[in-house]
Design a protein around this ligand. Sequence first.
Ligand SMILES: [Ca+2]
Length: 464
Amino acid sequence: MRRRSFLASSLGIPALAGSQGRRPNLVLITADDLGWPHLCSYGADLHETPNLDRLATEGVRFGRAYSASPVCSPTRASIHTGQSPARLGLTIWREASQTPPQNRLLIPPKVAADLPHSATNLARVLAEAGYFNAHIGKWHLGGASHYPESQGFHLNIGGSLWGAPQSYFDPYTGTAHYGGEFRYVPGLPFGKKGEYLPDRLTSETLAVLDRVHTQPFFLNLNYHIPHTPIEAKPELVEHYRKKLRPEHRLRNPVYAAMVHSLDENVGRVLAHLDKLGLRDNTAVIFLSDNGGLVGSHQGQIVSNNLPLRSGKGSLYEGGIRVPMIARWPGVTASGAVCNEPVISTDLYATLLAAAGQPHAAGLDAQSLLPVLRNPGGRLDRPELVFHYPHYYATTSPVSALLERDWKLIHHYEDGRPELYNLSEDPGETDDRAAALSSRATRMRERLLSHLKTVNAPMPVRREG
Ligand SMILES: [Ca+2]
């Protein structure tokens, strides 16, 4: 039976003490570039994701969760700070932040390369509240002076400045991809040659859980897959090659095998929480940091996000709508679906609220506890803002405003608006901007006014 302190309930903060009579553990598991429709519980056909699907039946599955950015680092920064990428001034990944292209119509802004130490910081608040904070896997939020150890984490295994390793197979080093840059994964000595990185990160995670579970902990477990390089265990690739049929919408057996390994490893973590008796007092949240990568990588089509439009890098739904599942026994309903629009930035406020900690005012985060408890309910929030003032294979510089079902996309190159009604047209095929020009104009003014208020970095027109 879960106990609830009088003070906590009077503040609207959920029960802080579980069966062990203490604050809940927090487990945040992030996948990298996993598209919205890539889990079976979200409609995937070729893929097999029984562990994440089970997690969904045990908790709340979000149908309209958004990453704050269509690319990795800004979304991760939003989770750790509760600030939108526009407000934080961190709108693209580190490697691209200082060298915007000079040969396009617009010159994108130079933006923050590192997660600033001055920002509000989730792990630091949790550390001050007595949590043990472990970061395992991808970090991608700055150089060595801004690694997890400097951002409130007591432990960092694998977190570095790089967004992806050179290979997912031990020793994870080399120069095979990414422009010949020598990369490695720190904190993983004495590996077994050929071991798959997600398997290894999970083994490290289980060992950490064995050691820390006697005190409240925050586990920030960031798998690198299914980000490039598109590499998977050969026996799983073979399984999906044999399974692939002409009618399958998802068509890449290597990518399917990566998603399989992701799911299997999440299953190992969940099973270990059960083994240690921690399930009832642990809030688990799983999500992806942006939409799935579409288009070709080293000669193969990586994936697609159908029925959503486009993918990573884009502010169409395929770039920013992501799978997200939350399970917190005693708080979340079981097997429920929440279709309220929520955003990765909210996890900052949600995890702090779960730990019984207040969060600073004036941020862009809203606690999701009301919809975790009542997935059919609504949050008191009129809009979400997205800002990507950069180029990517799927986009030119854009911003977007989401007012529940209505979405306005503003293109900086030509000032062109696009307007979609997502409930009628989730695939964003019917642009209503011309037909509903007054709505489009109002939403664009609202969007640009907000971005000005937060001093968002903007692209500028190239001279000459
Ligand atoms: Ca990513």
